[in-house]
Design a protein. Sequence first.
Lengths: 110, 114
Amino acid sequence: QQQVKQSPQSLIVQKGGIPIINCAYENTAFDYFPWYQQFPGKGPALLIAIRPDVSEKKEGRFTISFNKSAKQFSLHIMDSQPGDSATYFCAAIKNYQLIWGAGTKLIIKP
Amino acid sequence: EAGVAQSPRYKIIEKRQSVAFWCNPISGHATLYWYQQILGQGPKLLIQFQNNGVVDDSQLPKDRFSAERLKGVDSTLKIQPAKLEDSAVYLCASSLEGGRYEQYFGPGTRLTVT
């Protein structure tokens, strides 16, 4: 079964720090890699996404780095704020199927 | 633009009872998804509709779960009879036809089976 492995499970960072969340996948045929942000009591919301032919994508304070040969991709949050505290999910898409990572609970301390 | 609407937000039932969830997708979104999210895990796709046809229901426990999307708009997901392991958040999402990574999620229904 295709899988996306996400780490760490939880992460605590001081305000202004740069939390990094890592994901690895097992299938080379995925064609899109989105990240979702989920606040308590809310559904996930698309945060940023990258295609496998791109090595990096930035949107505001959020950056995805993608390493196709290592089958790994990561999310960096620059100048993190307490409002960024949420659960983050990486995912991979192929043939209309969205494969989710297990999620990372991020806490940004003031 | 109104988001994906779901109701109820919370439901508590006893095992072997039945329950139904309702979803109204974003206007114009042809594709509708139902997910099950167990605490501490990522969402698991239960069923995907394209208009009122089923695209993927491979992970739907068909002996107890059913879903329909009449007229290609609203959808209902039913569980009958419920088991303790069905306790989870049930998320509905929708997307434009072909926009499979741009899924917009509703707030979910938290189901507790006792």
